[in-house]
Design a protein around this ligand. Structure first.
Ligand code: SF4
Length: 361
């Protein structure tokens, strides 16, 4: 597991500080700190004439990484890892749903860091792809759109993948969505069933399904790109073929339909025994759903499925979707010929309670 925090020696700051770490002193900007010395794990940077000291082990490359240091904290967040495609900003921990499988259960408080996150994004490498997640980012829609509009001007090369519960799009947003550029943003929006009651029960919010359908119409009108996301659970497994038919009929414009396995953290861990559907031993409903979607020209991808959990016929759909920093393999993967292309497991996956039908390919 890659640590997204890095030890930092205390600084007398009162506001969050965004710093880009540089090994070379060329073309420096106001947020750049330049490496001036290393001593074992200790790395000393010059930041605007002051000393900034971090502690990172030998193999950790930090050149062009962007970190955020909060007042009074002894560790900094690595917001942008320059050599990774898996950089995600947490916009807020608040949410208006309580989904059974949520990996990041909502919290009451919100810490507003839009200005800092905008600065961090502005320092990202060229053509970076940045994830924005929550909680529900659109609870702060005005500020979120403000940040994205500003970055569209200053950093038009950046692209974003935004996870949203799809409960907050309004008709008045259409112009803004168009201005943001459909090619620059992929909206990852979950739908768990074609049946209103079941979807609402899974997200624990009455009326969520109806609101979601309104939002899809708005996103469609704006020409926005949508990644429809469905987590497979025991609660909705049998309903997947009906959902596939619904997607093919009502939502054929989605960029792709990502069908996902459960992540055993947060509410996903709390509800694991009730919700985990072992698709390595029973792929039938999922196969039917994929067949229906494919017949209707809806592109399907499987996220968080180890390759050997998927029947051979569908393996080409399984993407290596688990972010590099939270990815692992199991001991039985050592002799597998598919190791390089397999997405593996979440770091917190517990095989004793997991897939029963796995083994080297
Ligand atoms: S044995 Fe491991 S590496 Fe091979 S497909 Fe299964 S999970 Fe992936």
């Amino acid at each position: 597991m890659i640590d997204l925090r890095i030890k930092v020696e205390p600084l007398p700051i009162v506001d969050p500080l965004i710093v880009r770490l540089r090994n070379e002193a060329d073309d420096l900007g106001p947020n750049d700190a330049v490496l001036i010395g290393t001593d074992g794990a200790r790395r000393e940077y010059d930041f605007q004439g002051f000393s900034l000291t971090l502690h990172a082990s030998d193999g950790v490359a930090l050149d062009n990484d962007v970190i955020m240091i909060l007042p009074g904290q002894a560790s900094a967040r690595r917001l942008i890892r320059a050599d990774s495609q898996h950089n995600t900003f947490l916009i807020t921990e608040q949410c208006d749903q309580l989904c059974l499988m949520c990996s990041q259960p909502p919290k009451k408080n919100h810490v507003d860091l839009f200005a800092e996150l905008e600065t961090a994004a502005s320092l990202a490498p060229t053509n970076a792809y940045i994830g924005l997640s929550g909680g529900e980012p659109l609870l702060y829609k005005g500020k979120l759109f403000g940040m994205l509009l500003s970055l569209a001007k200053t950093r038009p090369d950046l692209k974003f993948h935004i996870l949203s519960n799809g409960q907050h799009f309004d008709e008045v947003d259409i112009a803004t969505l168009q201005e943001l550029g459909p090619g620059r943003i992929l909206w990852g929006i979950p739908l768990y069933a074609a049946e209103e009651e079941l979807h609402d029960a899974i997200v624990k919010k009455q009326g969520a399904f109806d609101r979601l359908i309104q939002s899809f119409a708005i996103l469609f009108e704006a020409g926005a790109a949508i990644e429809l996301r469905t987590v497979v659970m025991r609660q909705n497994d049998v309903n997947l073929p009906a959902l596939a038919a619904f997607v093919g009929t009502a939502l054929p414009f989605v960029e792709r339909w990502a069908i996902m396995q459960l992540e055993n953290i947060g509410f996903g861990r709390m509800n694991w025994d009730l919700s985990f559907k072992d698709t390595s031993t029973d792929f039938d409903n999922l196969a039917r759903a994929i067949n229906i979607a494919t017949a209707r020209d809806v592109p399907v991808q499987l996220y968080n499925f180890p390759l050997c959990s998927v029947p051979e016929r569908y393996r080409h759909l399984a993407a290596a979707s688990i972010s590099d920093w939270k990815n692992k393999q199991e001991p039985f993967c050592t002799n597998c010929s598919a190791r390089q292309r397999c997405g593996g497991f979440f770091e917190w996956y517990d095989h004793r309670k997991g897939f029963r039908g796995l083994g080297p390919i």
